[in-house]
Every structure is written in structure tokens, then in C-alpha cells.
Design a protein around this ligand. Structure first.
Ligand code: SR1
Ligand code: MG
Length: 430
């Protein structure tokens, strides 16, 4: 890591980036001897940063630089460069806890808010693969290992109280990124907000319903409070399918700039919500009836196995690696202690499941009524067809958030999704 002086920040485009990388011996050696021949392409399609692919005759790297503002909106929305620091910190920790499931870190410059990483090739953003109807056989195993390892080993179940509090402190400064989530996910979709948008006119009524539905406002406010006030573990903080790169045989989780200590269900719910949106969007990408049935079946099966495998791995870690200060072993020795602790583990997972279900609902609504949408729906060109997929998703989101207790297990979630997938919404705009 290079700790250049604060105040040295400048945006590095083409020539400036080339000169900078040529001055970092390890990176220059990796790319090849002749900086003038390196190709530099800006490929960032996220909402916040610049991302460059740099290739030389020997190899390539990915370079990510934070902008001092939100890229999606422009300079009118300033955003701290420190998010690059938190991303680097989170990636370093994730690399220790889940080796091989995040890109290798090659260089970091704090002052430039710039990180050089392994170039992931031929990986693609998973969301794009899901829109194309591709199955990813490695995904469940990899993402559940990533989540179980990261969430368990940064929790009070694995850490001493002092270690845990130091972890919370290390990420506490990332509050501007948390505020984005607090506003864009838990608040704006439920009120009039300048940056909200939706598939109009079809979803106008649904969007008004969202602003008027007090049961939903209570549910989302409880989730917001949980997000703000439950530092259970180090979260990725933005674990949607646009933050995951895949091939048929590999999975890499990228972009943890929203990392902070929060409720575990927020990360698990993000994965499940984005799979559910891929499921509902699939009908909008179909070119002939039933064409994507096998894919849709795989997505729902994946929703189920993501939760079941995550829960199994997390519980296994708790049984074998519980060296934290929570649930002291001295309180659960003797004959009946083991059984009681095991029952408590099951109860803990049931609460985590309820959090996951609620957060999944909130993550769906934000992509349909808030500022930042996703290509699962956006690439459905016909707005009415898009609105059908979105309305089904919103129907599920509401019940996940308001009737959370009615979902005892993940099979009940996929059953509700399957049922909604044949519902034909009527739009007042028709
Ligand atoms: C203004 S940033 C909008 C969204 O982009 C990121 O990927 C996060 O999901 C954030 O909420
Ligand atoms: Mg991102």
C-alpha cells in the first residue's frame, strides 16, 4: 500500500494513469516493458467509480479509482474518497477469510483512492449472465462459503469482544456509504424523492401505494433501524449480482466499498433478492413461451440452496470454531448444556432467516422505485412487459417485508415467487 500525502488526489485518465502505473515497478513488470504499448480502457458501469482495464504484452490488471462524487448523478452529489480505503480494507480481510473468492490486491494508493487488482478474465458480471439465462453451477458453493466465512469470523461468535469492537471502529468512518443505503433502500422508495423513478405509467398506482402503505412503512423502518443499529458482522454491504463476477467454474466477489459492521441478513438478503429479481425478470427476456423454464427452475433452486447451504456452513463453523466471547462454553458444559446450545443455534438461524427475508424485500423495492435500477428489468424493452415482471416482484417484496413471520423456511419463499410468476397484474394505465 502506498500512503501518499492527502491533497495529492487527481483523477487519472489515460496518459496520467499510464505514467502512474509505469512508476509502480511490480505493476509495470506484470504488464510488460513498454508502457507506450499498454492499452487502457475505461469499463466502469457501476454507479460510483472509474474502472480501467490495462493490458500489456505480458499481462493485464484492473484499476479502480474512486471519484469525489457519485458517478451516476455527477458532481452535485459529493462522496468521500475514503470509500476506497474501506474497500481495500474489506477486500484484504475477505481475502484472508475466503481465499480465492475475491480479486487479488496488487497495489493501493490511499491519496489517489486507487486500487490495482487482478484482472478477472474471462469472468463477466453475474447479472449479465443471468439476463442471458446462463446457469452457474459453482455459484451456490462459492457464495455460501464467502458469506459463511466472512460473517461468522467477524462476529462475536468467533471474536473476542475487544477484537470485535476494533473491527467496528475500523469501518465506522464509512458512514457516508451507509447513508446512501439508509436513504436509497430504506427511505426514498416510500416517499416522494426527486431521484425516484419507475416504469411509468404502468407502476404509477403501485408507487403511490408504496407511499401510502403504513404497514410497509413500519416494516421498512424496522429494517432500517436494524441496518443502522446491529453491528453483527463485517458486511460486504452491496452484495447484489452486479458485485459478483463469474465463469462456469469460478466466482469472485468484488466492490465491497459499502463494507461496515451491520446485520448479517442484509448481505444474505441481497443475494436472495437479486436472484428473485432475476427469476421475475426472466419472463420479460423470453423470446418464445417456456424458453427459459429450465433457467427459471435453476434460479429458484439456487435461492433455496443459497440459504440452506449458507445456514449449514455457518452452523458448522459455530460448532467447530466458536472462540468468541458470545455464548461462553463454560455456560453450556455438562449433559443438558450441549442440547440447549444447539437449540439456541437453531433459534439464532431462524432470526437470521427472518432478517434475510425482510431485507430481501427491501432490496427488491429499491430497484423498482428508487434511483438505482438493475439491468434485469431495464433490459426488458417493452415497458408493459417490464412492468409485469416488476409488479410481480413488488408483490413478493411487500409480503416478505410485512408478513415475514409467515415464511418459516426458504421453500415458502420460492413457493410464493412461483405462485406470483403466473399472476397477470392489471394496470390502470391500460
Ligand atoms: C448512488 S449509488 C446507488 C447504488 O449503487 C451501488 O451499487 C449501491 O447499490 C447504491 O445503493
Ligand atoms: Mg458497486
Amino acid at each position: 500500500m502506498t500512503g501518499d500525502r492527502a491533497g495529492d488526489y487527481r483523477i487519472l485518465h489515460d496518459a496520467a494513469l499510464r505514467d502512474y502505473l509505469a512508476g509502480v515497478p511490480d505493476i509495470a513488470a506484470l504488464l510488460g516493458a513498454e508502457p507506450a504499448s499498454w492499452s487502457i480502457t475505461e469499463v466502469g458501469d457501476g454507479n460510483l467509480n472509474l474502472v480501467f482495464i490495462v493490458k500489456g504484452d505480458r499481462g493485464g490488471v484492473a484499476v479502480k479509482q474512486a471519484l469525489p462524487y457519485v458517478r451516476l448523478v455527477g458532481e452535485s452529489w459529493p462522496l468521500p474518497l475514503s470509500r476506497a480505503h474501506y474497500e481495500y480494507l474489506a477486500l484484504s480481510r475477505q481475502a484472508q477469510l475466503a481465499p480465492g473468492l475475491v480479486p487479488a490486491l496488487l497495489h493501493h494508493n490511499e491519496a489517489l483512492a486507487l486500487t490495482v487488482m487482478e484482472l478477472l478474465e474471462p469472468h463477466i458480471i453475474m447479472r449479465r449472465g443471468l439476463v442471458a439465462g446462463t446457469h452457474y453451477p459453482r455459484f451456490v458453493g462459492d457464495i455460501t462459503t464467502f458469506m459463511a466465512q466472512n460473517l461468522f469470523f467477524t462476529s462475536d461468535l468467533a471474536l473476542s469482544a475487544a477484537e470485535k469492537k476494533e473491527g467496528i471502529a475500523a469501518f465506522a468512518g464509512n458512514h457516508a456509504l451507509c447513508k446512501i443505503t439508509e436513504d436509497l433502500i430504506f427511505t426514498d422508495p416510500y416517499r416522494i424523492a426527486e431521484q425516484n423513478r419507475w416504469t411509468t405509467p404502468y407502476l404509477d398506482t403501485l408507487s403511490a401505494d408504496l407511499r401510502d402503505d403504513m404497514d410497509l412503512h413500519v416494516a421498512v423502518s424496522r429494517l432500517k433501524l436494524k441496518f443502522m443499529a446491529s453491528p453483527e458482522a463485517l458486511l460486504h454491504g452491496d452484495l447484489h449480482t452486479g458485485s459478483i463476477m463469474v465463469t462456469a467454474t469460478e466466482t469472485r466477489v468484488i466492490d465491497p466499498e459499502f463494507a461496515f459492521y451491520g446485520p448479517m441478513g442484509f448481505d444474505v438478503g441481497a443475494v436472495i433478492a437479486n436472484l428473485l429479481m432475476a427469476f421475475f425478470a426472466s419472463a420479460g427476456h423470453e423470446r418464445s413461451p417456456g424458453e427459459r423454464r429450465a433457467f427459471e427452475g435453476w434460479v429458484l433452486e439456487t435461492v433455496e440452496t443459497v440459504w440452506n447451504e449458507f445456514a449449514r456452513k455457518f452452523l458448522d463453523l459455530w460448532r467447530t470454531d466458536a472462540r468468541g466471547d458470545a455464548y461462553p462454553a463454560t455456560l453450556f458444559g455438562g449433559g443438558k448444556g450441549g442440547a440447549r446450545l444447539e437449540a439456541e443455534r437453531q433459534a439464532y438461524m431462524q432470526r437470521l432467516f427472518a432478517d434475510t427475508v425482510g431485507f430481501a424485500g427491501a432490496k427488491i423495492n429499491r430497484r423498482i422505485f428508487g434511483l438505482a435500477h438493475n439491468i434485469d428489468f431495464e433490459l426488458i424493452e417493452d415497458p408493459r412487459r417490464r412492468a409485469v415482471s416488476e409488479a410481480r416482484s413488488v408483490g413478493l417484496a411487500r409480503t416478505l417485508m410485512v408478513d415475514t413471520a409467515e415464511f418459516p423456511d426458504i421453500a415458502s419463499v420460492t413457493a410464493a415467487a412461483r405462485e406470483l410468476s403466473s399472476w397477470m397484474p392489471e394496470f390502470t394505465a391500460d
